[in-house]
Design a protein around this ligand. Structure first.
Ligand SMILES: [Fe+2]
Ligand SMILES: [Fe+2]
Length: 334
């Protein structure tokens, strides 16, 4: 019976349900291992009184029906900024909410970009960035949530998370850097892929030369699209244009090298390659973070700005993201 309940209901954190808001989902309360009762009906105001009663009884988790998951996600997106500013909500839970909200919008955006969806995406990234800048555990928790599939939107969000992790270390102390715009640049770096034919984008196995030529146009496509939507500052758009440029000049589309490449693009390049190596693809196994960094250091070192790459490795070792991989510092700094 308890198992049946697990199939029907989803646990949600009470702290994500804000006072004086209305959600279009019913809220249930688990009275016994095998019994749920309706506690609050969807469409009704979730008052302070309703919430206090639960808190007074030490309830931190309530339930919704699985079929209401989309309604709950919509609610989270709408109330995202307020939920994340709650000082009582743990960093881990904030990270989960930030991650799911940004991921959901990314999913819509990469199907067909519109000015409205880009604006919504940017505003959630801004909220996520506020959280990252003021909470030292945020990046750590967000990186733990990165998950891998074959989609451009998951890849984009993962690269965004790795990118802001490194950008925080490198730039956050200097107010000249507009951290939110930079973050949007990372999360949108592959927007141009929505203009690449799906049979090329999702092809299993190697691309032919002609297919590669088309694929290599995605930085330009993204740059043009963002220009049309007037969506990013020039500096942040450069991230989109230059994220495949390499420090040694062997990248694309222009073959820029060293200082010709914008610092923000150099950060995005590292995050992008790391994500591609750690992601599982139909044609390859995924690498652990440790293995990916090792490959990057051994075989791809010339691609990256050496100092930024070193800081990227430190990001993983210092935050102890992979407890089984304590070899990070010794291996990479010796
Ligand atoms: Fe790309
Ligand atoms: Fe990418």
């Amino acid at each position: 019976m308890a198992q049946l309940l697990d199939q029907l209901y989803l646990p949600v954190y009470l702290r994500t349900l804000l006072v004086n808001t209305i959600g279009s989902f019913n809220i249930y309360f688990k009275v016994k291992e095998n019994k749920m009762v309706l506690y609050h009906s969807g469409g009704g105001q979730f008052t302070g009184e309703v919430r206090s009663k639960l808190l007074d009884n030490n309830v931190s988790i309530v339930y919704i029906k699985k079929e209401d998951k989309d309604h709950y996600t919509e609610y989270l997106e709408k109330n995202f900024a307020r939920i994340l500013s709650d000082p009582e909500l743990e960093s881990e839970k904030k990270a989960e909410i930030a991650h799911i909200s940004v991921l959901n919008i990314a999913k819509e955006l990469f199907k067909e970009p519109h000015a409205k969806t880009i604006a919504l995406y940017k505003s959630s990234i801004n909220t996520m960035m506020d959280f990252v800048l003021e909470d030292d555990e945020a990046i750590n928790n967000l990186i733990r949530l990165t998950s891998y599939d074959f989609t451009t939107y998951t890849h984009s969000v993962n690269v965004g998370v790795f990118g802001i992790g490194l950008a925080k270390v490198l730039f956050a102390k200097d107010p000249q850097h507009d951290m939110k715009e930079i973050a949007s640049g990372f999360f949108l770096h592959d927007l141009g892929k929505c203009k690449i034919p799906l049979d090329i984008l999702n092809k299993r196995g190697m691309l032919t030369n002609d297919e590669w030529k088309i694929m290599k146009k995605h930085p330009d496509f993204g740059y043009i699209l963002l220009g049309q939507f007037n969506a990013l500052t020039e500096e942040a758009k450069v991230i989109v244009m230059q994220h495949h440029e390499r420090n040694d000049g062997k990248g694309y589309p222009k073959g820029l090298k060293g200082d010709q490449i914008h610092t923000y693009s150099k950060v995005c390049c590292i995050a992008d390659v790391f994500e591609a190596l750690t992601a599982k693809r139909p044609y390859k196994q995924k690498q652990s973070a440790f293995e990916a960094l090792k490959i990057m250091q051994k075989d791809m070192r010339e691609n990256f700005d050496p100092y930024y790459f070193e800081q990227f490795i430190m990001l993983f070792s210092a935050q102890n993201l992979a407890p089984s991989d304590k070899r990070f510092v010794n291996t990479f700094t010796s």
